[in-house]
Design a binder for this molecule. Sequence first.
Ligand SMILES: C[S@@+](CC[C@H](N)C(=O)[O-])C[C@H]1O[C@@H](n2cnc3c(N)ncnc32)[C@H](O)[C@@H]1O
Length: 264
Amino acid sequence: MTEHAGSPQRGRATDEWWRSFFDLTYAEAELVPDDPGPAERAADRLVGWLRVAPGDVIFDQCCGVGRVAIPLATRGMRVIGVDQSEPYIELARAAAARQHADARFFVGDAFAWTPPELCDAGFNWFTSFGYHADDTMNIQMLEAAHRSIRPGGRFVLEYLATPGMLRRFRSSSVHRPRGAAADGLLILDEPTIDFRAGVVVSTWTFLHRDGRREERRVQTRLFMPHELIRLFEQAGFRVVELLDGDTGEALELGSRRMAVIGER
Ligand SMILES: C[S@@+](CC[C@H](N)C(=O)[O-])C[C@H]1O[C@@H](n2cnc3c(N)ncnc32)[C@H](O)[C@@H]1O
């Protein structure tokens, strides 16, 4: 039986790889936008999907540097974000202060952390989920989201769309990151698929302009849509919509991103 697709076949990421992967180099490359457009569009989509209005309290689970939280706050929402990275939270707080945004940010572990007050709605954006190969761990993050939201409130998980990803799978690709501070940086992405574990393990090589090379590995579960729906239900949500995360239309075979919308 062939258990891996792609090359090179370099096995798993280290346990809890996310604790070292998400550093300032990654943030500057991928999270600090040179073009605010995608995060602004994300905020617009979220307002509709979550059915929220100015004054509502929104939970951003794994908020990074506040890329999506702050545009939501500038639309009048009161946002509470959590991330495991202290430097990311410092950046998020500084950005919120600069923009006079009603956004509070906390350092915490999203597998267990819940906000200091019950929120009207919540979201987890840009594949910030499914990092454990073991779903008994992953579901804990959804359960924490469920505990964070009032009955009747909605929660959106925005994730890579596995069917479309498999359809256009390439064993290596190079991209120029979108971040404002990523001057001259290239990222070589070499994914392999571990069918037995149901994960994609990607080796990312950062090729810096000055010739430095840095390699790191990232691992994400390859959820088929129905598997995510099942996890939502196990965590206590009722799934109300399954959408193409880019277009907001129904999810299709070719979709790049998916959005699962649950209601508590
Ligand atoms: C791909 S980034 C996305 C950040 C943000 N959602 C966005 O769209 O800009 C994933 C984020 O999840 C955070 N993260 C990963 N595991 C976490 C955990 N267990 N608890 C809290 N944050 C976590 C990382 O630190 C990182 O900021």
